[in-house]
Design a protein around this ligand. Structure first.
Ligand SMILES: NC(=O)C1=CN([C@@H]2O[C@H](COP(=O)(O)OP(=O)(O)OC[C@H]3O[C@@H](n4cnc5c(N)ncnc54)[C@H](O)[C@@H]3O)[C@@H](O)[C@H]2O)C=CC1
Ligand SMILES: O=C(O)/C=C/C=C(\O)C(=O)O
Length: 485
């Protein structure tokens, strides 16, 4: 049977190239599709098509027209839900139950949310006294940034890709977007949906390929790209930032994390065990928000370690399409090796493996990149496994005594993305939320999202915020007009 072909979408046309690479289904280890890699020349053609679109009718479009387009895109995702689901599951191996409750609905929700936000977005107005005693009126106008380069990762492919495409289009920009080379499927379907929804040619361009020496680098280096938004590893963000400095172009980054959970003895025990198990193992630990450091107050430490390990052992690992599967594989053989290397390192660094630590039998049976959910204890705070992002279903559980100690431990990280605090003492929760050096705090929950809120990280975890008006501000050039009355 011929393989699915994932082509580029440039200037309103699907474009095949003669450099193709395999798209591997991580739950089988088998190639199921072929991806057409874009050359630097094709990226340049995309930039020209985008520029032409910006100078055409799209450049004069009104927020209401763009909001209507975004709503039609959301409807298109809903209509083709099963195709998006299949592409997401084939690309990532994540359980269909997860993709159908999180990734695909959130893809549609991103478009609806930014449609609603751009419809109601206002500006600023100031009445200003002038030296001659009269009044001036200052008001702001939103104009598009221009051509936006979007580079997204493989862990939440549709969710993170659309999280950037939707506000960029809402603000009237034109886009050149590259999904991860590991997960090109849903982005290619989205190109079809955007065209079906009536976006003018060149408004949305999709290019496939890798980072360095490929389409990713070509986007970032193109002087025709006016701003770059990226989600992925912190080191990649730093590389992109250096290249974006050429031309002083704005960047927005959501990067890595080494997130802490702080579990106090007065927490709702059952709810907290379930919450920390979810925050550690969801999507096989491949969410930048996932918990890898669990700090537990000493009176409940032993009981908590046992309960978390039990929750990990109960997870059903396997075929993403099978009913009841809780956890799929890691994204690739290379990424699994990276996580296995950390598992070996953890032992060298003195970890006790409470549960997991290896490859489950199902990996042999299905041929995919499965790994066991793993709980360690005994790692020192300054060990590499407590300081470096693993990006897999692993955590170390560490005891603490006082609130001050918990804050110091949580903050002892070069990352600053998210922290979950579990306590029934809400005063304490608020107090700690103010002291933790992160962009996102969850209190007695985790990964509960409202798309209007600022999303992003401190320290090595990112630059800027997206979500709500923060996205509208990044994807717009704000202009102030001063009128002397
Ligand atoms: N959201 C997050 O925090 C994520 C973190 N990671 C971490 O990063 C590690 C490496 O995974 P990768 O997929 O290689 O992440 P990555 O950050 O290198 O790749 C993410 C995206 O950036 C592109 N890219 C890479 N280098 C680029 C460059 N120089 N210029 C332009 N685009 C570039 C890639 O093609 C992909 O679309 C993982 O093992 C994991 O630990 C990976 C994915 C998401
Ligand atoms: O926007 C969200 O709800 C989730 C974002 C998750 C990431 O940025 C990530 O895992 O990289």
């Amino acid at each position: 049977m011929s393989k699915t072909q994932y082509r580029n979408f440039v200037g309103g046309q699907f474009v095949a190239t003669d450099r193709c690479f395999d798209d591997i289904n991580p739950s089988t280890g088998q190639a199921y599709a072929q991806v057409h890699e874009a050359s630097a020349e094709l990226v340049d053609q995309a930039a020209d098509a985008a520029h032409k679109a910006l100078k055409g009718e799209w450049g004069n479009s009104r927020p209401e027209q763009r909001a209507a387009l975004l709503d039609r895109i959301a409807d298109g995702i809903d209509r083709r839900f099963d195709e998006f689901l299949a592409a997401e599951v084939n690309d990532t191996g994540k359980p269909a139950a997860l993709a159908s409750s999180l990734d695909v609905p959130r893809g549609a929700a991103n478009f609806r949310a930014f449609a609603s936000m751009i419809r109601t977005a206002g500006g600023e107005v100031f009445e200003t006294p002038t030296p001659d005693g009269s009044i001036a009126l200052n008001y702001t106008m939103r104009r598009p940034l221009g051509t936006v380069g979007i580079i997204s990762p493989w862990n939440l492919p549709l969710l993170l890709f659309s999280w950037k495409v939707a506000p960029a289009l809402a603000c009237g920009n034109v886009v050149i977007a590259k999904p991860s080379e590991e997960t090109p499927g849903t982005a290619t379907l989205l190109a079809e949906v955007i065209a079906e929804a009536g976006a003018p040619d060149g408004v949305f361009n999709l290019v496939h390929g890798f980072g360095p020496g490929s389409a990713g680098e070509a986007i970032v280096k193109s002087s025709k790209v006016n701003g770059i938004t990226f989600t992925g590893e912190s080191g990649t963000g730093a590389t992109i930032m250096r290249q974006a400095a050429e031309g002083v172009r704005p960047v927005s980054f959501e990067l890595g994390g080494k997130n802490a959970a702080l579990v106090f003895a007065d927490c709702d025990f059952e709810e907290t065990v379930a919450g920390v198990a979810r925050s550690t193992f969801l999507n096989t630990g491949q969410v930048c928000l996932c918990t890898e450091r669990v700090y537990v107050q000493r009176p409940i430490y032993e009981k908590f370690v046992a309960a978390l390990a039990e929750a990990a052992r109960k997870l059903r690992i396997g075929d993403p399409w099978a009913q009841g599967t809780d956890m799929g594989p890691l994204i690739s053989k290379g990424h699994r090796q990276k996580v296995l290397d950390y598992m070996a390192l953890a032992k060298q660094e003195g970890a006790e493996v409470v549960t997991g630590g290896g490859i489950p039998a199902v990996a042999e049976e299905l041929g995919g990149w499965f790994i066991e959910p793993t709980v360690w204890t005994g790692l020192a705070q300054n060990s590499r496994c407590m300081q470096e992002e693993v990006f897999g279903p692993v955590c170390n559980v560490f005891p603490f005594d006082t609130e001050e100690e918990a804050v110091a431990l949580a903050n002892d990280s070069k990352y600053g993305l998210a922290c979950a605090i579990w306590t029934s003492n809400l005063k304490r929760g608020h107090r700690l939320a103010a002291q933790i050096e992160v962009g996102l705090v969850w209190l007695n929950t985790w990964f509960l999202r409202d798309l209007r809120t600022p999303f992003g990280g401190a320290k090595l975890s990112g630059l800027g915020r997206e979500g709500g008006h923060h996205s509208l501000d990044f994807y717009s050039e704000l202009k102030n007009v001063c009128v002397k009355l």
